[in-house]
Design a protein. Structure first.
Length: 397
């Protein structure tokens, strides 16, 4: 099941990153402003924001096999519609559709890890899972402008169609794996006594530690989604060609794979929240470096972002499993809350970054991200203090 989940999350990352190296080409061809392109990039987080909480309840009720199967179909449909979009509305709608399938994957992944793995194995399993969207993101970043665009006579539509067909193939992979898992362990992907839908979320949201985690998620996703969509453009603004910018953005994502694999397992449970605070502080430092003239500062900033980015989300999800009141039976509801709050930042981040870039270039957007990153670091410290108020026999922090 873990390998099949990895493929689904790979498709997720491919859909998220496939447009990033082609932003300027798509924008010029469709005749839209940077602000409007920011709205396109923020379209799926906008739908995701509304769909995340119902998705958490759906995963708890429907089970992983069916809910993740639905997710793969929706993600593939979104990817297939993007190359045929002829204007802003068409592209906005195609990208927005992803927001219906994305939360099923985001919520289903930690749920699957909590169901299929014991506590000692979860950190490694979560780290492996989080490499999938990163690798899915590397593929378009390193192949779009250097391989596929030249091969298809600079056609961004044909380039996106290649990535869409890969996503569509994942549907078959998941169906085969899920059928095999059902034969081996029938019913294992469903709780016998799941939290009752939205009421499970309301029980959690009254917990102060959960509330702090939700605000932290908002800041983290604001930062991540802004860079997911605009990083190649930021690198180009530093004086690099579009092909080199794609390679560098791909290198950032490749570094995040090592962070996701090595970090969660190596960091003790009691230190996870403190490390999260350090990661967000490093994000702030890195964005400042990207605003400094000179390529060495750019390289250092990108390296910091790359490795730290791989740590952020798996650490946050593992920390969420530690929060008071969060258990396997309501993990879907907890994940729904987490990603609902997070995508509030995911919606506004790319849009505000694009608007500020229209006004003052990418430097203005990077200053905003630096402030958000440092504020999120402070929130992580607040979460650590809040967790210290609880008596925890396992030594949690």
């Amino acid at each position: 099941m873990l390998s099949a989940l990895w493929m689904v999350y790979f498709s997720f990352g491919l859909a998220v990153f496939s447009m990033a190296p082609l932003v300027e080409t798509i924008r010029n061809d469709l005749g839209i402003s940077k602000g409007a392109m920011g709205a396109v990039l923020g379209a799926w987080p906008l739908v995701y924001l509304v769909a995340a909480l119902p998705s958490g309840a759906l995963v708890d009720r429907l089970g992983l096999r069916r809910s993740l199967g639905v997710a793969t179909v929706i993600i593939s449909a979104s990817a297939l519609l993007r190359p045929v979009a002829g204007n802003f509305i068409g592209m906005f709608g195609a990208v927005a559709m992803f927001g219906l399938g994305g939360p099923l994957v985001s919520v289903g992944a930690p749920k699957l890890v909590s169901v299929w793995f014991d506590e000692e194995e979860r950190a490694l399993a979560m780290g492996i899972t989080m490499t999938a969207p990163a690798i899915g993101g590397v593929l378009p970043l390193v192949t779009a402008n250097s391989v596929l665009m030249p091969a298809f006579d600079q056609s961004w539509r044909a380039t996106l169609m290649v990535y869409a067909l890969i996503s569509a193939a994942v549907i078959a992979v998941w169906l085969l794996a899920a059928a095999g898992a059902e034969r081996v362990a029938p019913g294992a992907d469903r709780d016998l006594d799941p939290a009752p839908g939205f009421s499970g979320a309301w029980e959690l949201i009254g917990n102060r530690a959960v509330q702090v985690m939700l605000v932290l998620a908002l800041g983290m996703f604001f930062f991540n989604h802004s860079l997911n969509g605009w990083l190649p453009t930021v690198i180009e603004d530093r004086g690099f060609s579009s092909s080199v910018a794609g390679y560098l953005a791909g290198a950032v994502t490749a570094l995040s794979i090592f962070g996701a694999l090595l970090g969660p397992r190596a960091i003790p449970e009691g230190s996870r929240i403190a490390v999260m605070a350090a990661v967000f502080a490093l994000f702030g430092v890195a964005t400042v470096l990207l605003n400094v003239d000179g390529r060495p500062a750019t390289f250092v900033g990108l390296a910091i972002i790359g490795f730290s980015k791989g740590l952020a989300v798996p650490l946050a999800l593992l920390a969420m499993m530690q929060l008071p009141g969060v258990a396997q039976r309501n993990m879907g509801a907890a994940g729904g809350l987490f990603f609902t709050a997070g995508e509030a930042g995911g919606v506004t981040g790319p849009i505000l970054f694009g608007v500020l870039s229209d006004i003052g270039g990418s430097a203005a957007g990077l200053l905003l991200l630096a402030g958000v990153a440092l504020g999120t670091a402070v929130l992580a410290l607040a979460l650590r203090l809040e967790m210290a108020r609880f008596s925890q026999p396992a030594g949690r922090s």
